[in-house]
Design a protein around this ligand. Structure first.
Ligand code: ADP
Ligand code: MG
Length: 353
């Protein structure tokens, strides 16, 4: 018997957008990362994050950035709307490649979004509510237009009831694990972006779980977040290579420090990413200086010519591939090894003297 041949239909646009959004925003921490990057792009010197149930019930971020113009509030959550792309060649840079105008749109397809914002040129702040990329009345029958309200220059974005329309995904997550992942993202961005004060709290709590200041140095910030016993064992690291077109810098713990797990924070072109190859390279370096089951802390920031990077390995853009990856990692590895050895010899010399 012949099988019935199904008619091919185009999916409804809301469904298409929701599927795409669900790939970009897989968990609360993906949303937080995008929102934090937006706040940094807006020139904020202070970023305050508050979450309920690990961000599943509510996540909110308040910044002191330049704000959003009132006339842009109608399209700000639509897909592919951005103020950051100026020329076509900007598209090639990692910071403007992956999510051009997709983050807010994605979040608004999987949660209820409220944006309150004020620029330095506005007399008052404006607030709008969004659903599926568009302004949406807060109450049925009310106007969807943004309303004036009191507020400081900067932006507060609130996302409520994340994955309300993706029940299976929501049920597979729990607030405690999600909070830890959110805290990790904030920790990493706070270390990378010294000059911006960060805080993270659970809604209802008085005291933030994380609080950094804008005047603190990188070492101070790392000590604040990971404890002074780690902070006092940090050594500065840098490695550049014109041939392969990269610059890197960071902080590593020396051989005196031994942690319970390997803490590896990697930023490539100011974006928090994962690279198993880079992580393995550092594991190998420390295998020769640390006892078994002791692990280091490594914070590394690499700047690579954006043309040499492919960020489209994964929809969340957490993983990247780049040209000359093996050579660049090998170069950084060799320099890290040398830095560690130099540090331990100067230490021995110091103790003997
Ligand atoms: P992208 O960052 O790729 O431009 P987003 O969806 O993340 O796309 O944001 C869309 C636009 O909304 C940005 O280009 C920016 O103009 C504006 N925007 C988003 N968040 C903020 C913020 N916190 N402060 C100021 N402007 C913002
Ligand atoms: Mg963005």
């Amino acid at each position: 018997m012949a099988l019935e041949v199904g008619k091919i239909c185009k999916l409804d646009e809301v469904v298409i957008n929701r599927i795409a959004a669900g790939e970009v925003v897989q968990r609360p921490c993906n949303a937080i990362k995008e929102l934090v990057e937006n706040s940094i792009d807006a020139g904020s010197d202070s970023i305050t994050v508050s979450v309920d149930d690990g961000g599943l019930k509510m996540l909110q971020i308040t910044d002191t950035g330049h704000g959003i113009r009132k006339e842009d509030l109608g399209i700000v959550c639509e897909r592919f709307t951005t103020s950051k792309l100026k020329t076509f060649s900007d598209l090639r840079s990692i910071s403007t490649h992956g999510f051009r105008g997709e983050a807010l749109a994605s979040i608004s397809h999987v949660s209820f979004v409220t944006i309150q914002t004020k620029t330095a040129f506005d007399k008052c702040a404006w607030v709008g509510h969004y659903r599926d990329g568009k302004l949406h009345p807060k109450k049925p029958g009310a106007s969807a237009e943004p309303k004036p309200c009191a507020g400081n220059t900067g932006t507060t974005i609130t996302a409520e009831d994340l994955f309300y329309n993706m029940g299976t995904r929501k049920r597979a997550m729990n607030g405690r694990d999600e909070f830890n992942k959110v805290a990790h993202v904030i920790t990493c961005y706070a270390i990378h972006n010294t000059g911006t004060a960060f805080s993270l709290k659970k809604s209802g709590d008085n005291m933030p779980k994380i609080r950094t200041t804008s005047k603190a140095t990188k070492i101070d910030t790392i000590s604040n977040l990971y404890g002074p016993s780690l902070g006092k064992e940090l050594i500065e690291f840098s490695c550049d290579d014109k041939n392969f077109g990269f610059k890197s810098s960071g902080y590593l713990t020396n051989a005196n420090y031994s942690g319970k797990s390997f803490r590896f924070i990697l930023f490539i072109n100011n974006r928090l990413v994962e690279s198993s190859a880079a992580k393995k390279a550092f594991e190998a370096v420390y295998a020769s200086v640390l006892p078994k089951n002791s692990y280091p802390f490594v914070y590394l920031s690499i700047h690579i010519d954006p043309q040499n990077i492919d960020v489209n390995v994964h929809p969340t853009k957490n993983e990247v591939h780049f040209l000359h990856e093996d050579e660049i990692i090998a170069g950084i590895q060799a320099k890290a090894q040398q830095t560690l050895y130099q540090c331990s010899t100067s230490r021995n010399y110091y103790t003997q003297a």
